[in-house]
Design a protein around this ligand. Structure first.
Ligand code: HEC
Length: 87
């Protein structure tokens, strides 16, 4: 879904310094560098999803100064749509 704004951010189309796919896979399926986000997109409450991205975790950088909350919610929305397609 390359036209979804959340997908564009996630895949580095909108900004080259934001490339979630590098660790989480092109469609959120995960890689050896990061876990699958398909389940998370569906089951993590939006507030927790935002906080995970804003603060980062072990192995994941913080996107605090890079993304707005609105942009992060767009990514969560895109992941939810990708997950729905896969079922
Ligand atoms: C350098 C690799 C890397 C990049 C880039 C990255 N992540 Fe992560 N991400 C990780 C790792 C590793 C974890 C698991 C951390 C842990 O052990 O809890 C994670 C965890 C997460 C979680 C929590 C998942 C859960 O089930 O609790 C979310 C949400 C997430 N990432 C979203 C994103 C988004 C959105 C982006 C892009 C803005 C992104 N990540 C970019 C490596 C990355």
């Amino acid at each position: 879904m390359p036209t979804h704004p959340g997908g564009k951010i996630y895949n580095g189309v909108k900004r080259r310094d934001v490339r979630c796919f590098h660790c989480h896979g092109l469609r959120g399926g995960g890689t050896s560098l990061g876990p699958s986000l398909i389940q998370s997109g569906k089951t993590i409450p939006p507030r927790k999803f935002v906080s995970a991205v804003v603060h980062g975790r072990s192995g994941m950088p913080s996107f605090k100064s890079v993304l707005t909350e609105k942009e992060i919610l767009l990514i969560a929305d895109w992941l939810e749509k990708v997950a729905a397609l896969k079922e």
